[in-house]
Ligand binder design. Structure first.
Ligand SMILES: [Zn+2]
Length: 136
């Protein structure tokens, strides 16, 4: 019984998450990748509008050599972060252009991706990560 309830709550969260990211995708004209790039959403720290956020295998290895897979979501840009002191592939806001830095996304307890560790580049890992993000 407990398992059935848990999975129906999960299913609802996944459905809800999917609905929200589709709506944001349509409003911002930023498409949702079907592989590699895991998609979630949050408010832009600057303009407070809901935006899509992407995370992908290896994206926390901040260095200038690492290059994520093509085609990149259009809000993923190679930008300089003052906080990190380096340039890296980062999420940006489609409305105001602000960098959504890794510190803001991952490091605070109320960060949208707090504690999230992206898996490897396989379909199985992609599906399980999307589920994790939906119920997070
Ligand atoms: Zn913004």
């Amino acid at each position: 019984m407990i398992n059935i309830n848990k999975s129906s709550i999960e299913e609802k969260s996944i459905k809800r998450h999917k609905g929200i990211i589709i709506e944001i995708s349509q409003k911002t004209d930023v498409s949702i990748p079907k592989e590699y790039y895991r998609t979630t959403y949050s408010e832009c720290w600057k303009c407070n509008k809901n935006i899509l956020l992407f995370t992908w295998p290896g994206c926390r290895d901040e260095n200038e050599i690492f290059r994520p897979k093509e085609p990149l979501p259009k809000t993923i840009q190679f930008r300089y972060s003052k906080t990190a002191g380096i340039k890296y592939w980062s999420n940006t806001c489609p409305y105001c252009g602000s960098l959504q830095g890794d510190f803001f996304l991952y490091s605070e307890p109320d960060s949208p991706l707090f504690g999230f560790v992206c898996g490897d580049d396989t379909i199985k890992s992609f599906d399980s990560d999307m589920k994790t993000l939906a119920i997070q």
